[in-house]
Design a binder for this molecule. Structure first.
Ligand code: NIG
Ligand code: FE
Length: 411
């Protein structure tokens, strides 16, 4: 089955050669073709170029994209979209002045979500999560990473990972799974964090590896959660089971987690709201992708990741949503891109690179998605008639997407 998109006002993020990511000053360049065509066959991109050389194809469905922009779908490399219920009560507590930490200390926060998840059946958890997945697809996301970490027990962590596996099997979106058992210490292990870590490593990791329930391992390396030593222990064990690290680090404090992540070849370092010059120097010597989560900063009213400082250091930057019930109850990547432009002062070109190819790299999907390149998946968003791709961040809060195709299938 072939589809030929004709008269595209601007085809965005076109790359004739496969690249892994863009960094530093190159992030300002977003290659596009004005008045373009794009040809897909089954699930792949097979040709594109200027309309003047558009081939005549007899057996293709024709889509007239006049006035519209076509671009690769968003690559959201950091979410926790499998969760039960919501935390609207804490939302009001926060409005009334309580901080994220104060809410957590009262038994709210991650532990509150873990309680709700333990009371929810696997099927119900699947249904709730599927709804969120459909919502982000409508908003233009075509590949997504999803973490466990609201289970915090042997049974519930497996329940979450099996839900992610089922979502993978039943949806056209690309999904990567991450084991985040070390998200918080559950109350039953309050005085014995070592025993909790042992359970994660000795009981859960072997099953996760055997049943191929996750590609990545993650840990919340933060004061009051898990230390650098805990991080090293989890990442080392993860390595043994073939789980590549992606870590929550430097959200509130810089405690040495960046260095630890890099030592264990982390694929991505996520959050980085608090970032020292030493941290930046460490990242420069690595292959790790720094990932900023501006919707989280927005929702919690905490500092934004210093994107300009990261890019000026010659580093790449990815943008992700952090979709979760506590710090970011939104998976809308259009809002992420807008907030990055408005609050982190990066240009639309930098933000789109960060939310497509660089996000793909942070999920190990850079050869499959994230650019318009022959041979990559036909994961596309078609905008409504708009002035330019800058309208997406400029008109923040309004949806500019008309259609989304995943693997060549209109969603
Ligand atoms: O990435 N920082 C740690 N984990 C999540 C929030 C989890 C929650 O509050 O439920 C995050 O922001
Ligand atoms: Fe997170």
């Amino acid at each position: 089955m072939k589809i030929l998109f004709k008269n595209i006002k601007e085809l965005v993020q076109v790359r004739t050669e496969t690249i892994s990511f863009v960094s530093g000053a190159d992030m300002k360049t977003l290659p596009t073709i004005n008045n373009a065509f794009l040809l897909i066959e089954d699930d792949k991109i097979i040709d594109f170029g200027e309309m003047s050389i558009c081939p005549h194809i007899n057996d293709a469905e024709i889509v007239d994209a006049s006035g519209r922009i076509v671009m690769p779908t968003w690559c959201d490399s950091h979410t926790h979209l499998v969760y039960a219920g919501n935390r609207e009560g804490e939302f009001v507590d926060k409005i009334n002045g309580l901080s994220y930490e104060e809410i957590a200390n009262r038994g709210g926060g991650i532990l509150n979500s873990a309680r709700k998840l333990s009371e929810t059946t696997e099927n119900e958890l699947f249904e709730q999560s599927k709804e969120r997945l459909h919502e982000i697809i409508e908003q233009g996301t075509g590949s997504v990473e999803i973490k466990s970490g609201y289970g915090l027990s042997f049974d519930s962590e497996l329940k979450m990972l099996r839900v992610i596996k089922r979502l993978k099997e039943e949806s056209d979106i690309e999904i990567k799974a991450t084991f985040l058992g070390a998200h918080a210490v559950p109350s039953e292990y309050n005085d014995n964090k070592a025993a909790y870590l042992k359970m994660l490593i000795d009981d859960l990791m072997p099953i996760i590896s055997e049943e191929k329930l996750a590609e990545y391992v993650d840990i919340f390396c933060e004061t009051g959660y898990f230390s650098v030593a805990d991080t090293e222990q989890i990442l080392e064990a993860g390595q043994k089971y073939g789980l590549v690290p992606k870590i929550h680090v430097n959200q509130f404090n810089s405690i040495g987690g960046v260095k630890a992540g890099i030592q264990y070849n982390a694929l991505s370092l996520d959050h980085l709201e608090v970032l020292t010059d030493e941290d930046i120097a460490e990242i420069k010597d690595s292959n790790a992708m720094p990932v900023a989560l501006p919707s989280c900063s927005y929702f919690l009213s905490i500092p934004y990741t210093p994107a300009r400082k990261i890019i000026s250091a010659g580093l790449p930057l990815a943008l992700a949503s952090d979709f979760n019930p506590g710090s970011t109850p939104s998976g809308n990547m259009n809002f992420v891109v807008a907030t990055a432009c408005i609050k982190m002062k990066i240009t639309p070109e930098e933000a789109i690179n960060a939310a497509t190819i660089n996000g793909a790299y942070a999920m190990g999907l850079e050869h499959k998605v994230g650019t318009i390149t022959v041979g990559k998946l036909a994961n596309l968003m078609i905008t409504k008639p708009i002035n330019s791709y800058a309208s997406i961040p400029y008109n923040f809060g309004s949806s500019k997407i008309e259609n989304v195709y995943l693997r060549g299938i209109r969603q």
